[in-house]
Ligand binder design. Structure first.
Ligand code: AFP
Length: 338
């Protein structure tokens, strides 16, 4: 059977009344921009794109050249189509308005242009993450407060992983779907419809080097996994950590597993490591739509009321049973203390 292209998929979603023409165009534009980022990423040293840009982003982190290039590609691609009211990027302090010379649309786009960028120079998978919100009615000049909507209001979310293959994973709230870039044809083709994250798993992802800084319930939960067949869980668990959230989440979307970036003493004052609007919310939407779960260890991520554009939160996501056990341990410990 002839594979379904992303464009055909979007047309079918429109015909089914699940998305409108403007959202369809927005996804097409983001996918096209991500193809350009894939080309830049694939060039590696030959494209002169490796190394630091010599600047810091809003989070005070050193920007890689590809962070800057990817951000510019996404901003430029999304400026003129008439589908956006504004966008916001992990790399920029404030939302980016649509230039006055172009028409404006009804959507807000948020993105992490190149997640996992510390991996670029060592040729390990990186990715782009994005989230789409509706611009509140009557707002023509969106400000930060208009972006601060809970994840449950997302109209779409997706990521592109630039790995051995370039893969787009997308949800509009009706399942999670995977598209693979056919480099010869230049199109994303549907490779898996309605992907499912199994409820149970034997694989977890966490940066173990932070173990001594974790809260007690996290120590307890991971301690039980590490005890394997000798411990209360009665089975051995395997561990993976790419340090590129897109790659770690894509493994979970492909074969199950659970991902944690918990609170620890080093990052407590910041609220967590990962960004709610650019990482946690879109990934939580994608994972829930694939049958998984996503919490901060205490609350469902998608129900958090954001307080800042660059807010950070702890993230537990993936196979439902493991997220539930780890979350239960945290809630139980909170209850015991209060
Ligand atoms: P960078 O984009 O700065 O590499 O950060 C990546 C990231 O936000 C996320 O993709 C990883 O899961 C996490 O940070 C890795 O954090 P550690 O380096 O602390 O393991």
């Amino acid at each position: 059977m002839k594979p379904i292209s992303l464009i055909q998929f979007l047309i079918e979603e429109r015909r089914a009344g699940r998305i409108n023409a403007e959202l369809s165009l927005l996804i097409e534009v983001v996918a096209r921009a991500c193809k350009r980022i894939a080309v830049a990423t694939n060039k590696g040293a030959l494209g002169g794109v490796l190394g630091n840009a010599g600047s810091d982003n809003v989070q005070g982190e050193a920007q890689k050249k590809l962070d800057v290039i990817s951000n510019e590609i996404l901003l430029e691609a999304n400026a003129w189509g008439g589908h956006l009211a504004a966008c916001a990027s992990e790399e920029m302090e404030d939302p980016q308005p649509i230039p006055d010379m172009y028409p404006k649309g009804n959507h807000l786009l948020m993105f992490d242009p190149l997640d996992g960028s510390s991996n670029i120079d060592v040729n390990i998978s990186v990715g782009t993450i994005f989230s789409v919100l509706r611009c509140p009615d009557g707002i023509t000049e969106p400000k930060v407060e208009h972006f601060l909507q809970p994840g449950t209001t997302q109209l779409a979310a997706g990521y592109v992983v630039y790995g051995p293959a370039t893969v787009l994973v997308l949800t509009f709230g009706h399942g999670t779907h995977e598209f693979t870039l056919d480099r010869e044809v230049g199109s994303f083709l549907l490779s898996r419809r309605d992907v499912r994250v199994p409820e149970e798993t034997g694989e977890f992802a966490i940066n173990m080097s932070n173990q001594r800084h974790w809260e007690a319930p996290m120590q307890r939960y991971i301690g039980e996994l590490l005890a394997g067949t000798d411990g209360p869980r009665g089975k051995d668990f395997n561990m993976r950590w790419v340090a590129s959230m897109v790659a770690d989440v894509h493994r979970i979307v492909t074969r199950g597993g659970v991902f944690f970036y918990p609170l620890d003493a080093k990052i407590k004052s910041k609220g967590g490591k990962l960004r709610l609007m650019y990482e946690a919310n879109p990934m939580a939407f994608i994972i829930e739509q694939a049958g998984g779960a996503a919490t901060t260890g205490r609350e469902r991520i998608l129900e958090l009321q954001p307080t800042g554009l660059h807010q950070r939160v702890p993230v537990f996501l993936g196979s439902k049973k493991e997220v539930e056990i780890a979350t239960h341990y945290h809630r139980e410990a909170d209850g015991a203390q209060s």
